[in-house]
Ligand binder design. Structure first.
Ligand code: HAM
Length: 409
């Protein structure tokens, strides 16, 4: 009979790799707690409308990549990202009444119907942070510190931080119309997606990966608009203050004027962290400010900023195996005594196993050397004298001690 396989673009996280995932999750709890962030867990599916209104109906995510289905005449969607869901929960649970800033972090699976390739899956995992209630650039700086310190705590370097400012709706309108003006003569040469973007969201043109489009956008008269400082005085001083904080705290960053991000909710600061050791899917972290989203989704006017990181991409960079070893393995031909001692050790708070099939002594020792740090040997002598021989399986040192002593600590 044909076996049923995991779906294209999805992967099992197997026991051999789970140590790495626990490490990423524990480090997130540790680092984000230092900044006062609390974990939030929101549902995996939400009303489709949340993403259409939240992420934006001109984005690839909403137009092409959502897993949408109907149940009881309601249109539901598996979350393609979690900012919209966290904002929904912030509004629904009246979190604007809490003292600002409200700092939330999350981890979990996201779903996008994309063409799978190295570093790009259809079910992938993100760890992310959202900070609500602060309009000052101190929040932008703090969020970037949270991201860089998390990556540092994972032991990752060889990463580059890119930042940009998308300005506010007012200054961005002026930029959009200048961009449209200079691009108008090339409209018919652009890819079909860019022709739609030109009408609906010209900023997204800068994100196009089609070589023919990139050739057009590289033309000097177009570059001079892209590279111009279009943002207004308020947005500019916000960006300058952020740069001061990053400079003073020695965060290595560069400014990328082409960084526009693939979601519609951003204004002012956007940023990405890229790895120099991954292939084309090299963004490990993406984020930015989204000051209008809470209001657009029906909440009180609340500024916010956050980021998310792709955990599969982090895992690929960490790629060392973090195998868990059982603390102790009981070796005995007397199953009853083995069960008793194993439970004693477990009740004392340590992982412990014994051979459930009661194989020969030597076989049990072989197994113990593979899976455990210590062998606890219960031979006939030990059982008669209420003792146990503790063998360190890394150094081979061993000693026989009283069974009721706290030998396993
Ligand atoms: P995003 O840039 O769409 O932003 O995704 C963030 C990160 O998730 C990416 O940098 C990448 O590491 C990972 N990622 C995205 N798609 C995939 C995929 N198909 N396979 C593997 N990894 C992927 C957001 O999702 C925003 N919600 C970030 C944010 C939070 N902005 C403000 N707050």
């Amino acid at each position: 009979m044909a076996i049923i396989k995991a779906q294209k673009g999805t992967k099992d996280i197997l026991p051999a790799d789970i140590g790495l995932w626990h490490f990423m999750e524990k480090t997130a709890l540790d680092i984000f707690s230092r900044y006062g962030a609390k974990e939030i867990r929101t549902p995996i599916f939400e009303a489709t409308e949340l993403f259409a209104r939240g992420v934006g109906d001109t984005t690839d995510i909403v137009n092409k990549e959502m897993y949408t289905f109907e149940k009881s005449e309601r249109s539901l969607t598996l979350r393609p990202e979690n900012t919209a869901g966290v904002v929904r929960s912030f509004i629904e649970n009246g979190m604007h009444r809490l003292s600002a800033p409200v700092k939330l972090w999350y981890k979990g699976p996201m779903f996008r119907y994309e063409r799978p390739q190295a570093g790009r899956q259809r079910q992938f995992h993100q760890v992310g942070v959202e900070v609500f209630g602060i309009k000052q650039p101190t929040a932008d700086a703090e969020v970037i510190f949270m991201a860089t310190n998390y990556l540092k705590a994972l032991g990752l370097n060889n990463l580059s931080v890119e930042i940009n400012s998308l300005g506010c709706p007012d200054c961005r309108e002026i930029f959009k119309s200048k961009l449209k003006e200079v691009l108008k003569p090339y409209l018919s040469e652009m890819c079909p997606d860019c022709q739609t973007r030109y009408e609906k969201n010209p900023l997204r043109l800068l994100d196009c990966k089609v070589p023919e489009c990139n050739e057009i956008y590289a033309k000097p008269e177009i570059q001079s608009v892209i590279q111009s400082d279009f943002i207004c005085d308020d947005c500019s001083s916000h960006f300058e203050e952020l740069k001061t904080y990053l400079n003073e705290l020695k965060i290595d960053y560069s400014i990328n004027k082409l960084l526009v991000r693939g979601l519609d909710y951003y204004n002012r600061t956007v940023f990405e962290i890229k790895s120099n050791s991954l292939g084309s899917q090299n963004a490990v972290c993406g984020g930015g400010r989204y000051d209008s989203l809470v209001k657009n989704l029906g909440g009180e006017d609340t500024p916010a900023i956050g980021f998310a990181m792709g955990m599969e991409r982090l895992a690929a960079l960490l790629n060392e195996k973090m195998e868990y070893k059982t603390h102790a393995f009981v070796i005995s031909n007397n199953s009853l005594e083995a069960i008793k001692l194993t439970e004693e050790v477990r009740n004392a708070g340590f992982s412990c196993e014994f051979d459930l099939t009661n194989k020969k002594f030597v076989k049990q020792l072989e197994k113990a050397s593979k899976v455990a740090k210590y062998a606890l040997i219960l031979g006939e002598d030990e059982i008669a004298q209420n003792k146990v021989t503790v063998k360190n399986l890394e150094t081979s040192e061993q000693k026989t001690v009283n069974r009721d002593s706290k030998f396993f600590i």
